[in-house]
Design a protein around this ligand. Structure first.
Ligand code: FAD
Ligand code: DHB
Length: 389
């Protein structure tokens, strides 16, 4: 088999890239390790930046997102039993959209299937060959049978645990990592959200986040030890703990109910450099991870897609390789800024084991400054809605 681009990974990065390339008549095959149903059952991000919204529009898959997504012009930040608002519209003239990663992925799969584009599910043993040559190819096993796909380029969109990053020899890449000493326990419940906007809350008992998917579906998170197990957290224990970590005015009106999903995610900052090796390009979580505070994971994956799509478009339509040659440098420039914001917001909002009283006072002083300073709020808002591509 032969195609122009082999995309490894049918998560949001791979699907979005495939759909954008399709608008330019560039052919791609997507290889996905799991089934479509499995990918769609993973509950992950919920907040979309302008840039990602624009890419969905360019890809021709934005109708349902615009009809069902919720525009958020600001967010609430809680600390010391009280909360204040940061107005994105006032400070940046723009906003974000609440529309789940699951829905983004569903819309992309639907468009892909409708256009008859090839997605091969449940592939095993994906191997990238000769990425440093002009004739790379990918092999995989499906139902015990090996297939080879020859191609021009490979997009490694296979997430943190995929094969793409590991294909680059260790001596050729540099990895930067910070593992946080806590995780997030998240639940999804069919209850109305506690507020119209998200509430990020710093409390003496640890961080909490009140988010949502729509008017009758809420997403809540609390900081927990990474060693905790989901089974050890009953719904009642979760709600009790959440209420103790958010300002009383919010706790008083929260509507509780049974969880329909519950999971614990570890928190990590990670970047690998460079994001290109010969004809292999890393994209999204395959190249970098942010802690979820600030909702940058999916959005940073999308900015990689933007740079890679435009580079490939320039290559195929204009015969100019400048965009793909500068892909790694351009993508990483923005990745590091998203890393910085997510690291800063995580440090500000969480309780660290062994944190000194002085460190706690520093967090509170910084939160008070954020509350009082329009300049600090503008910087936060600018990063939250997403830096320009
Ligand atoms: P992924 O979504 O990981 O997709 C990669 C795809 O590649 C997967 O479908 C996988 O099955 C497939 N794959 C892997 N290996 C292979 C292989 N060898 N061969 C073929 N296919 C392969 N971000 C936020 O902003 N907010 C959040 O609340 C949030 N919560 C998260 C919770 C969890 C548990 C995780 C893991 C991430 C979360 N993120 C969150 C981050 C966000 O979901 C990711 O940044 C986003 O999914 C990145 O998209 P991606 O397509 O690059 O990678
Ligand atoms: C959600 C997750 C986040 O990490 C975040 O910062 C905001 C929202 C969510 O799942 O809704």
């Amino acid at each position: 088999m032969r195609t122009q681009i082999v995309i490894i990974g049918g998560g949001p990065s791979g699907l979005l890239l495939g759909q954008l390339l399709h608008t330019q008549g560039i052919e791609a095959v997507v290889l996905e390790r799991k089934t479509q149903g499995y990918v769609l059952s993973r509950i992950r991000a919920g907040v979309l930046e302008r840039g990602l919204i624009g890419l969905m529009e360019q890809a021709g898959v934005s109708d349902r997102m615009h009809a069902e997504g919720y525009i958020h012009d600001g967010t609430m930040v809680g600390y010391d039993g009280d909360m204040f608002r940061i107005d994105f519209a006032e400070h940046t003239g723009t906003s974000v959209m609440v529309y789940g990663q699951t829905e983004v992925t569903r819309d992309l799969y639907e468009a892909r299937d409708k256009a008859g584009l090839q997605t091969i599910y449940e592939v095993e043993d994906v191997v990238i060959h000769d990425a440093k040559s002009d004739a790379p190819y990918v092999t995989y096993l499906k139902d015990g049978q090996q297939t080879r796909i020859d191609c021009d380029f490979i997009a490694g969109c296979d997430g943190f645990h995929g094969v793409s990053r590991k294909t680059i020899p260790e001596a050729q890449r540099r990895e930067y990592e910070k593992v946080y000493p806590f995780g997030w326990l998240g639940i999804l419940s069919e209850t109305p959200p506690v507020d119209d906007e998200l509430i990020y809350s710093n409390s003496e008992r640890g961080f909490a986040l009140c988010s949502m998917r729509n008017d009758h579906l809420s997403r809540y998170y609390i900081q927990c030890p990474v060693t905790d197990s989901v089974e050890a957290w009953s719904d009642d224990a979760f709600w009790e703990e959440l209420k103790r970590r958010i300002p009383q005015s919010a706790a008083d009106k929260i509507v509780t109910g049974p969880s329909i999903e519950k999971s614990i995610a570890p928190l990590r900052s990670f970047v690998t450099e460079p994001m290109r090796w010969g004809r292999l390009f890393l994209c999204g979580d395959a190249a970098h991870i942010v802690p979820p505070t600030g909702a940058k994971g999916l959005n940073t994956a999308a900015s990689d897609v933007h740079y890679l799509y435009n580079g490939l478009k320039q290559f195929y339509l204009d015969g100019d390789s400048d965009g793909i040659d500068r892909y790694s440098e351009r993508a990483l420039g923005r990745v590091w800024k998203a890393e910085r914001f997510s690291w800063w917001f995580s440090n500000l909002m969480h309780n660290y084991p062994g944190q000194s009283d002085f460190d706690k006072k520093m967090q509170l002083a910084e939160l008070a400054f954020l509350r009082q300073s329009p300049a600090a709020q503008a910087a936060m808002a600018q990063n939250y809605v997403g830096l320009p591509y």
